[in-house]
Design a binder for this molecule. Structure first.
Ligand code: NAD
Length: 437
């Protein structure tokens, strides 16, 4: 085994902190408890069920990922978090209506013990939320310090050895990168002055990264995707990654588009629309919040298809994304896609997708994997942006000067090779020389 990048043992207890304890967060917490009790299985989670090939093809060696690298054991995790509503996790899970009441009842004693801490929140960034469980402070720096205090207390009370944080809070209004985000100095000054371009999600990210706690962002708002926080992550050797969990429609898009491109099929139009009725849908019903999501969803196709170098196939692509708030559906979202493609001699064809998905069921394993892989990265001494975790995200953060990768198959190669690297195994290049002659 190579010493380079090798992760230290996953000993003791890991605390997983979730700002935003709504549908996604409660589904992951309840899910982990259900799995630990043997009531169900962690389908969709690579850290729990995924396998990876190592060595030559002739060896046919495909261990579980968790047997190849020291992923923390989910029997030894504790959950905590913050929300603007004071419902405990059992009550919040019941309200979210994602999991069956009969399953939640079996987990009630554990779930009701987890109570959200008071949130750092400002209605300006998510106008549809009415919660009152909110911290007060004279400026944003004071609020960041209050979060750090919460984190220290949580760690002590729960006897955690290490912590990670995954933002599962609502999507905030659209904010562009500005001067206040330029470096740590301008950012900290901005916190002192309560600058408008620092929304709550950035305050949580700052608190975590400053303390060396790995941070992932599951929503499309900028959060840790600004130069100041990237710089801070490098300085504190903290793994970070954003943004926006890649679940329903975008997951399908990044599976299908690389395949169509691989066969040099043209695409003229891709129209995507959704109906959903959960609280996330309600927040996204506000145009300022939808804008953040729209930008995140639209970037995907362009990067995969590269119309600038394939103009004959993709230069005229018309891409449209819609999200409609429709309460009767709750968390059971329906996503439709109409894809107008072109084949041999420019003949048109159509593909229709109707994905009757479950938003939080798709997001929960992503939260778990991001938390466990970020913890692994920290133990492997890998600070800063973790591009290999772009596999899980709609708008993956990338290093300066490179474009993010959206193609799920390229993302998978990157993720698997990073795990092989951490394990000290040979990286696979699929050149066909990987057999004994
Ligand atoms: N479920 C999916 O498939 C999916 C996919 C991609 C991204 N996301 C994103 O994940 C996030 C969570 O989704 P969800 O379905 O659980 O939403 P949700 O509305 O059920 O939960 C979000 C929770 O965050 C809380 N919150 C908002 N601002 C907060 C703050 N500043 N501090 C603490 N708590 C705060 C809200 O009160 C709410 O309880 C959303 O931003 C959503 O856009 C979800």
């Amino acid at each position: 085994m190579s010493k380079k990048g090798k992760a230290s043992k996953a000993s003791g207890k890991l605390g997983i902190l979730l700002p935003g304890m709504g549908a996604v967060a409660t589904t992951v917490i309840a899910g982990v408890y259900a799995v630990n009790k043997g009531l169900s299985s962690p389908i969709g989670s690579l850290t729990q069920m995924g396998r990876i090939r190592v060595g030559k093809r002739t060896k046919d060696d495909q261990p579980l990922i968790k047997d190849l690298v020291p992923v923390h054991n989910i029997k030894k995790v504790v959950f905590g978090g913050w929300d603007v509503y004071d419902d405990n996790v059992y009550e919040a899970a019941v309200n979210a209506e994602v999991l069956e009441p009969s399953l939640l009842k079996k987990l009630k004693p554990q779930l009701s013990k987890i109570k959200p801490m008071k949130a750092v929140f400002d209605k300006k960034y998510a106008n549809r939320l009415e919660g009152k469980h909110i911290k007060k402070g004279k400026n944003k720096m004071v609020l960041a310090k209050a979060l750090m205090k919460d984190i220290e207390n949580f760690k002590k009370e729960n006897k955690c050895d290490r912590l990670v944080m995954v933002w599962c809070g609502s999507t905030e209004i659209y904010i562009e990168e500005s001067a206040v985000h330029k470096n740590i100095k301008s950012f900290e000054k901005g916190l002192e002055n309560s600058h408008d371009d620092i929304p709550p999600s950035m305050i949580y990210a700052y608190a975590a990264i400053k303390m060396g706690i790995p941070y992932a962002n599951g929503a499309p708002n900028l959060s840790c995707d600004v130069p100041a926080l990237i710089q801070l992550a490098k300085e504190t050797q903290t793994p970070i990654m954003g943004k926006d969990f890649k679940t329903g429609q975008t997951l399908m898009k990044t599976i299908l588009a690389p395949g169509l491109k691989a066969r040099a099929l043209g695409i003229e139009g891709w129209f995507s629309t959704n109906i959903l009725g959960n609280r996330d849908g309600e927040v996204l019903d506000d145009p300022a919040n939808f804008k953040t999501k729209e930008v995140s969803k639209l970037g995907v196709l362009e990067q995969i298809l590269e119309p600038e170098i394939n103009p004959e196939l993709y230069a005229d692509l018309y891409h449209k994304v819609r999200i409609n708030y429709y309460p009767p559906r709750g968390d059971a979202k329906e996503g439709w896609d109409n894809i107008d493609i072109r084949g041999w001699l420019n003949y048109p064809m159509q593909i229709k997708i109707d994905f009757l998905c479950r938003d939080s069921i798709l997001a929960a394993p992503i939260v778990l994997d991001l938390a466990l892989f970020l913890d692994l990265a920290k133990r492997a001494g890998m600070g800063g942006i973790q591009e290999w975790l772009g596999f899980y995200l709609k708008s993956p953060q990338a290093h300066k000067g490179v474009k993010p990768i959206h193609d799920i198959f390229k993302q998978q190669i990157k993720l698997e090779n990073t795990l092989r690297h951490i394990a000290g195994e040979t990286l696979l290049d699929h050149l066909g020389l990987d057999y004994d002659k």
